[in-house]
Design a protein around this ligand. Structure first.
Ligand SMILES: *[C@@H]1O[C@H](CO)[C@@H](O)[C@H](O)[C@H]1NC(C)=O
Length: 346
């Protein structure tokens, strides 16, 4: 064997080792990504447990419901975004089909509301109407953050549903309350929800439910389109327009204007949202800048970069003072008309 030959053999050996490593790695990737893989010994599918509740929707066998159509349905509104996320409007989904699918998963939903200072006056209606319209028949925990736990009304709740009260210190400015919400959501997910909750929605307390809000609203990252701006051209949307702010959205950018008063999704996604908005809000504050609409501005910046996987139409957060428009077939949740001077501390 001369020198040339031994180099060839070394090369062959190295390539063989490399091929082995690549094969081992690819097999690992396949195991991690699929729910099934072929078991090498027995050639039978082996199940892998996946925690994401959004994955793998199973309907009960023999469930009867209206035949889906590809040519009939809502044509007066857009029902899908350019990144192919559904936009939820009345008439686009089958509530009993969706409930059946999610019932099999035995999902648990958490809600956060903040009732600090005079905002506690909205709690009775919020809690009472949530019990009438929000995820009926599902496990729901309503977390009420308040500085006055004695003002949280006792509402009788169905089995599997409860109100949890969490104490927060009083803030002098409502902008501060608004800023701390993201921090409290972040902490709640870290400390309490991780082990027992699949989905979370963060809602404004100065609102009431008037119609169904249920499983059709579930998704990884869920945003609600603001009722005041859904026909407004981009340039007119009230995004933060100063480049110095971390909530900056330039003219000519942005998809929709989303509500700060309602958003949600699976824990991982809402956790990232809360953490990002909080970090950016605090960094802005250090630089002496407060975004035009505080956390709502930061949320809009976040949703521009991190596209929501489901978008809820303005049915999901209307405003009582707004005249109803033809595309709104139902108002599910609506902000109560209020006198700001009366309820804000500044
Ligand atoms: C649903 O989950 C809860 C909490 O883990 C459990 O107590 C309950 O028995 C479950 N229900 C069903 C039908 O599996």
């Amino acid at each position: 064997m001369n020198m040339g030959n031994s180099k060839v053999w070394t090369l062959v050996l190295l390539l063989a080792v490399l091929a082995g490593v690549v094969y081992y790695y690819m097999a690992g990737l396949q195991r991690r990504s699929g729910i099934f893989f072929e078991n090498e010994d027995q050639s039978v599918p082996v199940e892998i447990t996946i925690k994401d509740p959004e994955f793998h929707l199973v309907a009960p066998d023999h469930l009867k419901y209206k035949q889906p159509s590809l040519v009939q349905g809502r044509s007066d509104v857009v029902t899908v975004t350019p990144w192919l996320a559904p936009v939820v409007w009345e008439g686009t989904f089958d509530p009993s089909l969706l409930d059946s699918v999610y019932r099999l998963k035995n999902i648990s939903v958490a809600v956060t509301v903040f009732a600090v200072g005079k905002y506690t006056r909205f709690l009775p209606d919020f809690l009472k109407t949530a019990e009438q319209h929000f995820f009926l028949g599902f496990r729901v925990r309503l977390y009420v953050f308040t500085d006055q736990p004695d003002k949280v009304p006792k509402v009788s709740m169905a089995k599997g549903r409860q109100v949890m009260v969490r104490l927060v210190p009083i803030s002098k400015r409502w902008q501060e309350i608004s800023a701390r919400r993201m921090e409290l959501i972040q902490t709640l997910i870290e400390a309490e929800l991780q082990s027992n909750t699949d989905y979370i929605f963060c809602l404004d307390v100065d609102s009431k439910f008037h119609g169904r809000w249920g499983t059709e609203s579930l998704g990884s990252l869920v945003a609600v389109i603001h009722p005041g701006y859904y026909t407004t051209p981009r340039t007119g949307l009230p995004y933060e327009r100063r480049p110095q702010s971390r909530a900056y959205v330039a003219h000519g950018e942005g998809d929709f204007y989303y509500c700060g008063g309602a958003f949600g999704g699976i824990l991982q996604e809402v956790y990232l949202l809360a953490k990002t908005c909080r970090t950016n809000f605090e960094a802005d504050a250090k630089d002496g800048i407060e975004a035009a609409w505080q956390e709502e501005s930061h949320l809009n910046r976040f949703m521009w970069i991190n596209k929501p996987s489901k978008v809820l139409s303005p049915e999901y957060l209307w405003q009582d003072f707004k005249a109803i428009t033809p595309e709104i077939h139902i108002i599910r949740f609506s902000g109560v008309t209020k006198n700001y001077a009366d309820i804000r501390p500044n």
